[in-house]
Write a protein that binds this ligand. Structure first.
Ligand SMILES: NC(=O)c1ccc[n+]([C@@H]2O[C@H](COP(=O)([O-])OP(=O)(O)OC[C@H]3O[C@@H](n4cnc5c(N)ncnc54)[C@H](OP(=O)(O)O)[C@@H]3O)[C@@H](O)[C@H]2O)c1
Length: 300
């Protein structure tokens, strides 16, 4: 099948593209910088096209001939929203998805997969849950064959969350852990997210929502200790209350590109609980445990 993956150069997008290529699909990566595609090993065999999901004019004709679209775009500097630079969940997740969906409908594309997230909810006060919930609602209302994939906290060789712990653990005797309250997540290996998307196509499992995560519900503290164990390192883990981190990062909001903000802390320390029944039963994907996933790429 001819599939366009928007955000195919990203963390999840490159693994999703690889899984689709390996399943025999013809993959075109759509993004702002198509020149990146040839440098990404997972994208060998994919073609590239230029398009910006926030600018409908740039999408015009880009989906011509495609049979499916996968939307895996996220704004630069995520999860730190910068409304003054138009970097918001609303602009990328909600409006970006609607723009891509409209172009898909105009081009007669029959299928659309949206990479949403755990907790997506159109009525939420939180901008990230709301934007994803509204994008889901637009997709469901469109009538196009669709699948909504909601990952919990995803990790893998190129993630920007767990890899920070890996880097710090390599040289520092103390590992700061954002958030002291138990944060419940179901860390999902990026390969399992990618496999789930590929299975949607293989099993024609359209018009449903698939939450994806590991079987284990873990706290961030357990995640960090499992990581240290897999790395073969003994380190002191220092949980820092999120309230303190929010206070400390509040002044950074004034910077042109803040490295962190209170909202970013809130995003990073939230729960990520999912119901994986359909992932296992409908898509046939049995997720790796965190330890199994980490041993695929972490060197001791
Ligand atoms: N990572 C996780 O743990 C996780 C968990 C749950 C849900 N998700 C969701 O999964 C999706 C992908 O996340 P990710 O972590 O893979 O993101 P990512 O690594 O930041 O990748 C984002 C992608 O979006 C592209 N992009 C950015 N702006 C664009 C624009 N205006 N038009 C077209 N493409 C654009 C980027 O490519 P260019 O910069 O080259 O354009 C890149 O390929 C997001 O919706 C995210 O919320 C992720």
């Amino acid at each position: 099948m001819k599939i366009v993956v928007a955000g195919g150069t990203g963390f999840l997008g490159r693994h999703i593209s690889r899984a689709l290529l390996d399943a025999g699909h013809d993959v075109t990566v759509l993004g702002r910088s198509p020149d990146k595609v040839s440098a990404i090993p997972q994208l060998r065999g994919a073609t590239a096209t230029k398009g910006d999901v926030t600018d409908p004019g740039t999408l015009s004709g880009r989906l011509e001939g495609a049979e499916a679209v996968v939307q895996a775009v996220q704004f630069p500097n995520h999860p730190i929203e910068l409304p003054r630079k138009n970097l918001t969940y609303d602009r990328y997740d909600r409006q970006g998805t609607i723009n891509l969906l409209s172009e898909a409908e105009r081009s007669g594309v029959g299928r659309f997969v949206y990479i949403s997230g755990a907790g997506a909810d159109a009525a939420s006060e939180k901008t990230w849950y709301r934007a994803k919930g509204l994008a889901e609602r637009a997709l469901i209302g469109s009538g196009i064959d669709h699948a909504i994939v909601r990952p919990s906290w995803a990790y893998g060789p190129e993630d920007r969350a767990l890899n920070r712990f890996v880097q710090i653990a390599r040289f520092s005797p103390v590992l700061p852990q954002p958030g002291a309250a138990p944060q419940r997540i179901q860390p999902v290996y990026v390969g399992d997210v990618a496999r789930s998307v590929a299975r949607v196509f293989e099993r024609a499992a359209w018009n449903d929502v698939y939450e994806v995560g590991s079987r284990e519900v873990m706290t961030m503290n357990e995640v960090v200790h499992t990581l240290l164990d897999v790395m073969g390192k003994k380190r002191a883990v220092l949980p820092i209350p999120s309230g303190l981190l929010k206070m400390a990062t509040a002044p950074l909001k004034a910077l042109p590109t803040p490295p962190m903000t209170p909202q970013g802390i809130e995003f990073a320390t939230q729960d990520g609980l999912v119901d994986i029944t359909k992932m296992v039963q409908v898509l046939g994907v049995e997720p790796l445990s965190l330890r199994e996933g980490l041993t695929r790429y972490i060197e001791r």
